[in-house]
Structure formats: C-alpha cells, structure tokens
Design a protein around this ligand. Structure first.
Ligand code: AMP
Ligand code: ZN
Length: 112
C-alpha cells in the first residue's frame, strides 16, 4: 500500500520517534506548525476518524491514553491543541488516521 505513515511504521521512511508500543507510534511532524508538533498514529492502517469501527474501540482509547503520556513527557502542562483532519475539506493530506499534538504556544479561538 502506498501510505507514507505505513512506511514510517515499517521503518522504510525515517522518523523522529517520541513514543512507540505494539499498537501506536508517535513522531515529530516534518513540517511543524508549532514549537511542539507531534503526530500520533495507530500502527494499523485506518483511513481516518470516520473509518473507525467497534473493533477499534480499545485502540482509540489507548491512543488517547498515549496522547496524555506524550503531553506530560513534552511538558505541555499548560495545554495543547489536538487535531485530527478528516477528508479533503478537513485538509487531510495523509490518509492514515493521525492526531496532531500542537503545543508550546498559545492558540487563539480561531480554527482557520
Ligand atoms: P494532515 O494534513 O492532517 O493529513 O497531516 C499530515 C501531516 O503529516 C502534515 O502535518 C505533514 O507535515 C506530516 N508529514 C508528512 N510526511 C511526513 C513525514 N515523512 N514525517 C513526518 N511528518 C510528515
Ligand atoms: Zn497507512
């Protein structure tokens, strides 16, 4: 499958990893939009948040737990923005579910 993030999971494309376990990988975004910009992905290929099924319930709960662990490790104690773009209108460019952890700056109320 021609998926950049599956290739990162397989080690075929390098990444700057911040967290890894059997189900989840997190790495720094190559084009950071904030001082801390980390992508958290399931190792399993899931196209986006709307492609999740009942089977993924435990996985998605685990991803949110990992997001909390990473935020603590990155000292984002004052908060961060958590984003998951879905589809063309959502601005999703990589069709493998991912959560952006955007931190290290104060975001406004605007979502652009
Ligand atoms: P989205 O636009 O929500 O699909 O986000 C995709 C993100 O993946 C963008 O912020 C890109 O900068 C990031 N990205 C693309 N290729 C790589 C890569 N090889 N390593 C790290 N981040 C990447
Ligand atoms: Zn993939």
């Amino acid at each position: 499958m021609d998926c950049i993030f599956c290739k990162i999971v397989a080690g075929e494309i390098p990444s700057k990893k911040v967290y890894e376990d059997e189900q989840v990988l997190a790495f720094f975004d190559i084009n950071p939009a904030s001082p801390v910009h980390i992508l958290v992905i399931p190792k399993k290929h899931i196209e986006s948040a709307v492609a999740l099924t009942e089977e993924d319930n435990a996985l998605i709960a685990h991803i949110f737990k990992v997001i909390g662990i990473i935020a603590k490790e990155q000292k984002l104690n004052n908060g961060f923005r958590l984003v998951s773009n879905v589809g063309a209108d959502g601005g999703q460019t990589v069709k493998h579910l991912h959560f952006h952890i955007l931190g290290g700056k104060q975001f406004g109320e605007s979502f652009g």
